[in-house]
Design a protein around this ligand. Structure first.
Ligand code: ADP
Ligand code: MG
Length: 255
């Protein structure tokens, strides 16, 4: 891959909680404008890796590069400037229950910009419209369905027109149709924003629908077990663990 095509580079990353090493020797490149999926069974370290990418957890070793620049080698201000270009949708949507949707989506704008209240209001309305939530500005999260809450979280993640969108298990807890619609929305937003998308997931339907490239974290060996386009991996892999993951242990004889 040419250097200018690489948006994110993970270099020799070792992730640990105190002395407990979750994963080591993680190396990966995320192509600009692509949808990259971090796959793996529950507990393999997907969310932990995401935390290293968005500044919440410092590597035990190694680094993450954005546009060729060291993220962990820089100071707090440089990291904050980089994070300003990133939107994150956590597994739980993490909306504040005491705030309306408009107030939730306005939060990153208030934190990172000095825009006027009117401008913030306009942007919030636009972002909610983009995810199909026009007219729900004054609703509280508890008044919405799970799928709508996810979409509101997505609107918040996109508030600052991020270059990179990170998702942790976006379709977790949603019914299959709502999950598929959310995946479709993620692809549409990637296209309209021209963003690079990194998705942590173990949902097969989602993996095969959205991912162009990815890595599979193997909890047994504590490092990357496979990398590539998930559909191609499914066709070509001889690795039993990966095959079991990508087929949920079903239909193995017919593959
Ligand atoms: N705050 C924490 N302190 C200690 N260990 C943790 C913490 N969070 C996660 N772990 C451990 O790290 C491993 C990876 O967890 P996680 O990244 O949440 O996995 P995944 O997202 O793939 O399910 C698991 O063994 C988990 O128990
Ligand atoms: Mg997780």
């Amino acid at each position: 891959m040419k250097t200018d095509e690489i948006k994110i580079e993970i270099q020799n990353l070792t992730m640990a909680y105190d002395s407990y090493v979750v994963m080591r020797d993680i190396n990966a490149e995320v192509k600009r404008g692509s949808v990259f999926v971090i796959m793996g069974n529950s507990g393999s370290g997907k969310s932990t890796l995401l935390r290293h990418l968005i500044g919440l957890q410092r590597p035990a070793q190694g680094d993450v590069l954005y546009d060729g620049r060291s993220f962990w080698g820089g100071d707090d201000d440089a990291r904050r400037a980089q994070l300003r270009k990133c939107g994150v949708l956590f597994q739980s949507s993490a909306l504040w229950s005491s705030m309306t949707l408009a107030e939730n989506v306005a939060l990153p704008l208030q934190e990172y910009t000095d825009w006027s209240a009117t401008d913030v209001k306009d942007i919030v309305r636009l972002k909610l419209a983009l995810v199909g939530l026009s007219g729900f500005e004054d609703y509280y999260p508890a008044e919405l369905s799970g799928g709508m809450r996810k979409r509101a979280g997505l609107a918040r993640a996109m508030a600052l027109d991020p270059e990179i969108l990170f998702f942790d298990e976006p379709s977790a807890g949603l019914d299959p149709i709502t999950g598929r619609n959310l995946d479709q929305l993620i692809l549409e937003l990637r296209d309209s924003l021209g963003a690079t998308v990194v998705v942590v997931t173990h949902e097969l339907a989602s993996i095969f629908m959205i991912a162009e490239d990815g890595i599979f974290l193997d909890a047994d060996t504590k490092t990357i077990g496979a990398r590539g386009n998930p559909k191609e991996l499914l066709q070509n892999t001889t690795d039993a663990k990966l095959r079991t993951f990508l087929t949920r242990g079903e239909n193995q004889s017919s593959l």
